[in-house]
Design a protein around this ligand. Structure first.
Ligand code: FE2
Length: 112
């Protein structure tokens, strides 16, 4: 499914992974968990395939991008039945985020 991500989404995922990897303040188990999540957090974009026009409008008008969160949550739930992972994908853009893991993850996602 990851291979269906667009070039920009793959590059974003790699940048998130790079920021996580370079953070020396993270303990190894949290780093591993964040890196695993980074690989799948935007998997819904493989389904929604946002157009270039939408990406531009999203930045210009600060539009919400919830569609890929919902699509990713559904896909991961159907493939794995991992409720925790599916819900994290669903809520990975919620701010402020009550889940400390997602709150930490957003730091890398927003930077990338
Ligand atoms: Fe996202």
């Amino acid at each position: 499914m990851l291979e269906k991500l667009g070039k920009a989404e793959k590059a974003h995922t790699l940048r998130v992974l790079e920021y996580i990897d370079k953070d020396r303040d993270l303990d190894s188990s949290l780093k591993a968990e964040l890196a695993s999540f980074a690989l799948v957090h935007d998997i819904g974009k493989a389904i929604t395939k946002p157009s270039l026009a939408f990406k531009v409008a999203k930045v210009l008008f600060r539009l919400s991008s919830d569609a890929h969160c919902i699509a990713g949550c559904r896909a991961v739930w159907h493939l794995t039945h991992d409720k925790k992972l599916a819900l994290r994908i669903l809520k990975h853009h919620v701010k402020p985020n009550p889940d400390p893991f997602l709150d930490a993850f957003q730091k890398y996602d927003d930077k990338a």
